[in-house]
Design a protein around this ligand. Structure first.
Ligand code: HEM
Length: 511
């Protein structure tokens, strides 16, 4: 008996801790093994993943999400599956989406000589089938050294601060013409119905002014059929890219409706822009256009070592990249200003002090207008046109405790991350003041508020777009009280876009 008791005590005193310790070690060891083994395949996400077709069915009639609401689909998926999710594209190729700030920053901060952005496959496929028009996939879709060569040759003029400053007087005129167009389009209640069309025309006119070095007349009160055709072709192009990227990949087997739409829109954009380029070239020869504003055009045309097809397709890509993006951004910025009268008044006060009346806006004025800059920055946080930044991993990375191998496609969902309280206090509110410190603009969160992407693949149009947005917003607020009826519904067209025609009210300010 005594022996049994002693044995029991021995087990309690000696073996229990040893067993406990052993169990703990076992547990830790297994956990560590599991942890080490957590690879891309273990990342949760929508299921089932069908053989070959993957999970793209979730955006089809069989799935729970709509193709034109993909921005909301991701919000829902992050709630269901967690802050890292895996979808599967064609051939079950994994596409990983990130919401965690730490992960997003880790990916976007990765130093790289030639950062890889997944190409829009369908465009790459189409362009390869047209060697008569394209010799490369273009700066947007090319990778590696070829991309680097195109970027180095084609963009220095476009990204130069000096060039953009030289365009300021011309862009002042574009902004004034835009305002005149709004005045003449208003109805008796001061409403401009379908404002987004005007904004797209402004995007087209200012991008052409920059890229072709001449005014094209897209802001004349007569609707230019060319502008309307081009804007609709660009819209179709984005929608077809979305449908082929997120939809079931049948276009790889036979020409689906989306594929045909893409080919049709590419052809239309190509033909229309070719026409613009030809007429700009003719004018260049006849009149020797102003040096100040023809520099980007001439720098592309004179680019050394590039085939003429390449130069033409670069101009096409630049113009196409600037229409809808700029148009949608103007709609979003103005909507946020219209819905926040306090912000609108403070902005007006700033502009009234810095540049009263209708005087042209100079570079120094725009530099001093810190509240204006803060408004644009905050609009980019709350409603950017590009909701995520895409990359292909070049090295092995551990993200949210999953080990991802080089070649994995990751989507950094910066827009959704910007709406999280953990990243921005009062995240759902439009508060331009959050960007100001002692009256100076503070550019914090450089990897979360990234409307133009970041690193070496950053949008080369950024400097130009920022200047254009500052000009347009400043001038509109100086002239009008802006109002918007109802709420703005969004849809996903590869970019974030207004879902329905937008109706803005522009009341003259009584000075
Ligand atoms: C509001 C207007 C615009 C927005 C929001 C925007 C946004 C973006 C974004 C997010 C990227 C991807 C960057 C990355 O992967 O890091 C990009 C790339 C690009 N954008 Fe823009 N963009 C705008 C206007 C323009 C304009 C006006 C042009 C031409 C004049 C342009 C030309 C390009 C080109 C060529 C690329 C590809 C750059 C490369 O891969 O090296 N964009 N843009």
């Amino acid at each position: 008996m005594i022996l049994m008791i002693l044995k029991g005590q021995f087990v309690k005193c000696i073996w229990r801790p040893v067993l406990r310790c052993n169990l703990k070690l076992n547990f830790l060891f297994t956990a560590q093994l599991q942890h080490r083994r957590r690879s891309v395949r273990d990342i949760p996400g929508p299921r089932p993943a069908l053989p070959v077709l993957g999970t793209r069915w979730i955006y089809s009639v069989f799935g729970r999400y709509k193709m034109n609401q993909i921005h909301e689909a991701y919000r829902d998926m992050f709630q269901r599956y967690g802050r890292i999710i895996r979808e599967e594209a064609f051939w079950n190729f994994p596409v990983v989406s990130l919401l965690e700030r730490r992960d997003i920053e880790a990916v976007l901060k990765q130093p790289s000589k030639y950062p890889l952005r997944p190409p829009t496959e369908v465009i790459a496929y189409y362009r390869q089938s047209r060697p008569d028009r394209y010799t490369t996939l273009g700066i947007v879709n090319e990778q590696g050294e070829k991309w680097h060569m195109l970027r180095n040759i084609l963009t220095p003029e476009l990204t130069s601060a000096k060039t953009i400053q030289r365009f300021l007087p011309e862009l002042n005129l574009v902004a004034e013409d835009f305002i005149s167009l709004l005045r003449t389009t208003r109805d008796k209640q001061n409403m401009v119905a379908g404002f987004e069309e005007m904004a797209n025309r402004m995007g087209l006119e200012s991008t052409c002014t920059l890229i072709l070095g001449r005014r094209m007349g897209f802001l004349d009160s007569e609707v230019d059929p060319l502008a309307a055709r081009l804007a609709s072709a660009v819209k179709n192009h984005f929608c077809a890219s979305r449908d082929t990227f997120y939809g079931l990949p049948f276009w790889k087997v036979f020409p689906t409706r989306a594929y045909k739409m893409l080919v049709n829109s590419e052809d239309q954009i190509y033909d229309i822009v070719s026409e613009l380029v030809e007429s700009a070239l003719k004018e260049e020869r006849d009149t020797c256009a102003l040096d100040a504003v023809s520099s980007v055009f001439m720098s592309v045309l004179n680019a050394p070592g590039l085939d003429v097809r390449e130069k033409k397709s670069a101009i096409i890509d630049f113009i196409a990249a600037g229409i809808q993006t700029l148009g949608n951004t103007v709609v979003f910025v103005l909507y946020l200003i219209a819905k926040h009268p306090r912000v609108q008044e403070r902005l007006y006060e700033e502009m009234h002090q810095l540049a009263p009346g209708r005087c042209p806006l100079r570079a120094e004025t725009l530099r001093s207008a810190t509240y204006l800059q803060a408004c644009i920055m905050e609009a980019f946080r709350v409603l950017p046109t590009a909701t995520c930044v895409a990359r292909i991993l070049e090295t092995e990375m551990e993200l949210s405790e999953y080990q991802l191998s080089p070649g994995t496609v990751v989507l950094c969902h910066t827009w959704l991350a910007c709406q999280e309280e953990a990243n921005f206090t009062s995240a759902s509110e439009f508060l331009p003041e959050r960007w100001l410190h002692d009256g100076e603009l503070m550019r914090t969160s450089p990897f979360l508020v990234v409307p133009f992407g970041c690193g070496r693949r950053i949008c080369p149009g950024k400097r130009f777009v920022e200047q254009e947005l500052h000009l347009v917003l400043a001038k509109i607020v100086r002239e009008f009280h802006v109002d918007f009826e109802g709420e703005l519904d969004l849809q996903f067209e590869f970019l974030l876009a207004p879902q329905a025609p937008t109706n803005f009210i522009f009341r003259d300010r009584n000075e």
